[in-house]
Design a protein around this ligand. Structure first.
Ligand SMILES: Nc1nc2c(c(=O)[nH]1)N[C@H]1C(S)=C(S)[C@@H](COP(=O)(O)OP(=O)(O)OC[C@H]3O[C@@H](n4cnc5c(=O)[nH]c(N)nc54)[C@H](O)[C@@H]3O)O[C@H]1N2
Ligand SMILES: Nc1nc2c(c(=O)[nH]1)N[C@H]1C(S)=C(S)[C@@H](COP(=O)(O)OP(=O)(O)OC[C@H]3O[C@@H](n4cnc5c(=O)[nH]c(N)nc54)[C@H](O)[C@@H]3O)O[C@H]1N2
Ligand code: SF4
Ligand SMILES: [Mo]
Length: 865
């Protein structure tokens, strides 16, 4: 009898509590934890299907030096020696760590301590630089400390929720459900996003602004508020420092008509937004990557904090600016100081902080100034200035901007260490040493979610092979570099207690981040820790973390929007799909999650598609000055003309296309160093191909099929590849396993269908055509499961059978688009609840409810027409 273990979701910053019940050596049932404050028992599609990702497929199980398996001793000695030697020869600035918001706080703490206190450099940066560095910089400028002054509970009492640059329905689904619940109770929702996302669909108002015009919009709103008497002069006088010419600068060009023109939205919509804001003192403005990932990201954050400070909408229930974080422990990373620009425990590099932390750590080599931020760090690797690099829990060969350059830098670096859970990633291909880390479900520690709630992640599976926790790996290297006592931890709880002690060390309240009363507990207390939020309601007393205790209004002005370039007329926007997570090393293992979006698509406005001769589902090359990649076309009116959108998830392991990291520029916001991932000048062109097809295999292929277009998805009992190419498709035959071969061909259509049986079971099916049609794949995929091959394999379906379900909309009940459209028409379904009653779709995790609502609208207008 297994009992369930309380842990926290591996994915996003919502930080949902999970009850995991092991059902076998490598399996568990996953349910939402009803007692966790972040989700009260709910989970989205990704959390719900975590159980499909805890097998050993693709895992790195042993330390590897080059291509050879090695012992921990040998590998750790080598890492310690190479770092020590490099530092001895070239100084502490010649080495770097690049870490991740997916580390646990304890892992993060020791990596930061090793670099900043012992190696003596601050060259440790994190993928959070790509994620919320602008929010951090904006908070520092406005509040004097990086504090998120909001909690999820504010969403339950607010009257107006403004989502800026945030596709919450897909990226923070459980928070989105909380928002919807509040809207049902009467609150209003405004979405500001150049794309009409599923989040925007259900909003009371959607402003599809011209990308990069958020400052103009927010300044316009602030000027309107001032004119309308909505500015809280008493609050400002008591608690906020206002630079002399602040209001003049806000007022410049901020009349409604000018703002409407700059933002390219109808003036009446803009007025509606302004009126809603003016009318609702309880406002939460939630923002994420549409704001942060911009060359003006920090200014955009401060345009939002200015609004909330000037109207006194902060530190009160239901009123706050709310930076929602992406990764499960982005916030924990900020708390330990994992960014190159901060030191530790919300302290920066001011000399008194360096001295204080140095005293606390008894550190021999304190870093005295900030280190290299991610973009500069990889540039330094490329230029040979960084000679030893350790990458932990992130995949920069995919996720950094100008990722082609990053790969070249990794390839040229004399010594690269990668700690990961997966054996082969685009990054680890360049590693000299690969270290196997324990994964979610095997590791223990704490994470902090978007609303400052700290929860435990707990192990419920044994560590496989030689895998070890990240904190252990780091401290072993630190000890071997000579710092035995400073890194003599036996368990995560030891690190946690030290982290808590540092947070309160010589802190009389000048740093809000503090975990008082937490450092004395024993191991049992740590094991039993229940989720808690630090900081209460920050700034409720109107006192901020600046020297004079006043917040700051920060003058920000809209940067001119550059005219489109002749050769690169489009703006490339990048972001996320509902059911995939980043570089797909975890979510890509789930057959259920794979079905929502099976391939990387470029979303194009019909006018731009027509202009370029691009047809629905055709192949498209998206090019920028940095590089190019292939996508399938999705022609949609939800996209603004002149802009295209692509997902960030696909890698060399998954596909020949969708390499979005290659396309983005390595330009960053001057204050935060965060790259402007959301707008890169680009162009598109249609790519012709002579044939198309698919390959379904039971055993994973050794290598990706070598053709123009090959994308893989996990299916139950195997893998399915979508293929397209030019020239001769016969070379694909080599990919087929040996076995009994049955084959049919139609020369006129250039079609071939091959099935391979091994022990009477289907082992592979390859269907290719030049001019003909391809049968649906679902039935063939199902045949991989069968113990005996069906007689009609080459027909691709059972006699008289079914059509494909189409892309899966509801991942929980496997309900496809075609099934839903059919049911809406046949059964005259009129609302989401009716679809749920008929098909089950949308009744479990709820992540697909916005999609169902969208289908009802489109089908409704279809039938009305
Ligand atoms: N399913 C899923 N969920 C995730 C993740 C995932 O990989 N998959 N990753 C997690 C992580 S780490 C993060 S950081 C979050 C990100 O969560 P989000 O920030 O919600 O996601 P994105 O899709 O990156 O971008 C959000 C929106 O910004 C819009 N945008 C682009 N340019 C502008 C602009 O100039 N102004 C405005 N106002 N909006 C603009 C885009 O059109 C896009 O819809 O998601 C987290 N949750
Ligand atoms: N163009 C474009 N690029 C972007 C973005 C964008 O919107 N547009 N968004 C950016 C943002 S916000 C983010 S957060 C990044 C995310 O980008 P990455 O951090 O590069 O993406 P992940 O796939 O999450 O990488 C995590 C890696 O850690 C491994 N891993 C998982 N668990 C553990 C563990 O416990 N220990 C160790 N050692 N390894 C583990 C996984 O197998 C995987 O290889 O992408 C950024 N890049
Ligand atoms: S919203 Fe979904 S992905 Fe995010 S923590 Fe909750 S269950 Fe996990
Ligand atoms: Mo992120």
């Amino acid at each position: 009898m297994s009992t369930s273990v309380r842990t926290t979701c591996a994915y996003c910053g919502v930080g949902c509590g999970i009850l995991a019940t092991p059902t076998g050596e490598r399996s568990a049932t996953i349910a939402g934890d009803p007692d966790h404050p972040a989700n009260a028992g709910k989970l989205c599609s990704k959390g719900t299907h975590l159980g499909e990702t805890i097998g050993l497929e693709g895992r790195l199980l042993h330390p590897m030096i080059g291509k050879r398996r090695a012992t921990w001793d040998k590998s750790l000695d080598l890492v310690a020696k190479r770092f020590r030697d490099t530092i001895a020869q070239h100084g502490p600035g010649s080495v770097a760590f690049y870490v991740s918001g997916q580390l646990l706080t304890e892992d993060y703490y020791v990596a930061n301590k090793l670099m900043k206190g012992f190696i003596g450099s601050a060259n440790i940066d994190t993928n959070s630089r790509l994620c919320m560095a602008s929010a951090v910089a904006g908070h520092m400028r406005a509040f004097g400390e990086d504090v998120v002054p909001a909690s999820y509970a504010d969403l339950d009492t607010t009257d107006l929720i403004v989502l800026v640059g945030s596709n919450t329905a897909w990226c923070h689904p459980i928070v989105y459900q909380r928002i919807r619940a509040r809207c049902e109770a009467g609150a209003k929702l405004v979405v500001i996003d150049p794309r009409r996302t599923e989040t925007a669909d259900e909003a009371d108002l959607h402003l599809a602004i011209r990308p990069g015009t958020d400052v103009a919009l927010m300044n316009g709103l602030l000027a309107w508020c001032r004119a309308a008497g909505v500015v809280d002069d008493a609050y400002v006088a008591a608690h906020v420092a206002t630079p002399e010419d602040f209001w003049d600068r806000v007022g410049e060009g901020s009349d409604l008509w000018s703002v409407a023109r700059i933002c390219d939205v109808p003036p009446q919509d803009l007025r509606r937004f302004f009126e809603l804001f003016a009318a609702n003192p309880r406002t939460v403005t939630m923002f994420s990557q549409g704001v942060n990932q911009s060359l003006s990201g920090t200014d955009q954050v401060n345009a939002i904090t200015n609004l909330h400070l000037a109207t006194g909408r902060i530190g009160k229930p239901g009123a706050a600016p709310f930076s929602i974080t992406g990764q499960p422990n982005a916030m924990g990373g900020r708390e330990v100081g994992g960014l190159a620009s901060s030191l530790a425990a919300h302290m920066d590099f001011a000399p008194e902080n360096v001295a204080r932390v140095g005293r606390f750590w008894a550190a021999p080599n304190m870093a005295t100034k900030p280190g290299l931020k991610a973009v500069d760090l990889f540039r330094a690797v490329g230029e040979g200035r960084i000679k030893a690099l350790w990458v932990m829990a992130t995949n920069p060969a995919v996720s950094m901007p100008d990722a082609g350059r990053v790969r070249e830098a990794l390839a040229a670096c004399p010594f690269v260490v990668v700690s990961d859970v997966i054996a082969q990633t685009d990054t680890s291909l360049h590693a000299h040493v690969r270290l196997p880390a324990t994964a979610w479900g095997e590791k223990d520690g704490t994470v902090t979610n978007s609303d400052r709630t700290i929860s435990r992640q707990r192990a419920f599976l044994p560590a496989p092979g030689d895998a070890k926790p990240d904190w252990w790996i780091v401290t072993q290297v630190a000890r071997r570099m000579g710092w035995r006592t400073a890194f003599a931890y036996d368990r995560p709880a030891d690190i946690w207690r030290e982290h808590c002690r540092l947070s309160t060390y010589e802190n009389d309240g000048e740093r809000l981040f503090a975990l008082p009363g937490r450092s004395g507990g024993g191991n049992a207390e740590y094991d039993a820790m229940v989720p808690f939020r630090w900081g209460g309601t920050p700034f409720a007393d109107g006192r901020f973390s600046t020297p004079d205790r006043r917040a700051r209004l920060v003058p920000v002005v809209q940067k001119p929007i550059a005219a489109p370039l002749a050769d690169w007329p489009l703006t490339l926007n990048t972001g996320r799909y509902r059911d995939q997570w980043h570089t797909m090393t975890r979510s890509g293992l789930s057959p259920k999650l794979a079905r929502h979006r099976e391939q990387p698509m470029v979303e194009i406005h019909p006018d731009d598609a027509r202009g370029a001769g691009i047809t629905e589902n055709g192949l498209v090359r998206v090019a920028t000055p940095q590089g190019d990649s292939l996508y399938r076309a999705s022609i949609v009116a939800t996209q603004r003309a002149g802009e295209v959108f692509v997902p960030i998830h696909w890698t060399d392991q998954q596909a020949s296309g969708g390499r979005t990291g290659r396309l983005a520029r390595a330009l960053a916001d001057p204050f935060s160093g965060q790259p402007g991932f959301k707008s890169t000048p680009a162009r598109i062109e249609a790519v012709a191909c002579g044939w198309r097809g698919f390959l379904i295999v039971r055993d994973e292929l050794a290598a990706r099929p070598a053709c123009l277009w090959a994308t893989r998805i996990a299916v139950p009992c195997g893998t399915a590849w979508d293929l397209a190419g030019d020239g001769d498709a016969a070379a694909l035959d080599r990919l087929l396993p040996h076995g009994q071969r049955i084959e049919a061909a139609d020369a006129a259509k250039g079609s071939r269908r091959i099935a391979i049986l091994i022990d009477d079971r289907l082992a592979a099916a390859l269907f290719v055509t030049r001019d003909g049609t391809l049968p649906p794949r679902d039935w063939l995929v199902d045949q991989l499961r069968e113990a005996v091959a069906a007689p009609h394999l080459l027909a691709g379906c059972a006699p008289g059978a079914q059509v494909d379900r189409g892309p899966i909309v509801c991942a929980c009940f496997d309900v496809g688009l075609q099934t839903i459209l059919h049911a809406i028409a046949q059964q005259r379904l009129v609302d989401v609840a009716a679809i749920g009653a008929a098909l089950g779709a949308g009744t479990n995790c709820g992540s697909c409810r916005p999609a169902l609502a969208r289908l009802l609208v489109s089908e409704g207008s279809h039938h009305a027409a």
